[in-house]
Design a protein around this ligand. Sequence first.
Ligand code: FPP
Length: 239
Amino acid sequence: MPPAPANIPQHVAIIMDGNGRWAKQRGLPRIEGHRRGVEAARTAIDATRDLGIRYLTLYAFSAENWQRPPDEVSALMKLLELFLRRETRTLLKNGIRLHTIGHIEELPAGPRQELTHAIAATRHFTDWHLVLALNYGSRTEVADAACAFAAAVHAGRERADDASWATFSRYLYTAGLPDPDLLIRTSGELRLSNFLLWQLAYAELYVTPVLWPDFTRQDFFEAVAEYQGRERRFGRVSV
Ligand code: FPP
């Protein structure tokens, strides 16, 4: 059953974890877990829009993931390229704008070209947003923002003695996107893994033992229903 339509989060972010374990449990190569993980990502994208959640951010490849075996990295890049080639049509059909956060200029040419194409083709959409975190690391993002802010001060566009967090947020990769209301992490690990450290300041956290390739539309609904039952106080007391 889908959750009640009231108090739907505006932005859900997901750490899609457990592909490797899913494959290992079945005696399959890790890449098979990632392939099934792409299908789970498609399911989550559909469920997000069906529930009226306007922003979905998926942690698809971290800056640390380059340290995986080279054949796994190149298989992940190939999967990303294929996903984008097939998914762009769906994004266009459903009016979903694609964004990325992370250093995508360091990705191989294949997925980079697909990204450039999909971002340009969907940039006029305003209602629905899919954000892919690719070659993303939150600490690097904050350091990059500090450099960009310092450059703006140097150029006279900002004042060093007047830097609120709201001003600083405009220099993050996520500038213009609302902060996530709900973070879902699959496979039971209780970590943020260098994901959106600044933006998740007041997000509700939901961790499920379900491995990402097994994460269904119903699992997504359950996460949202749990969010709906939480009281968000933002540091204030209950009313
Ligand atoms: C974590 O599982 C998953 C990743 C590092 C990659 C996530 C990528 C996908 C789901 C596929 C690509 C998605 C899109 C939308 C293109 P893991 O390998 O760390 O699992 P483990 O912790 O069980 O080893």
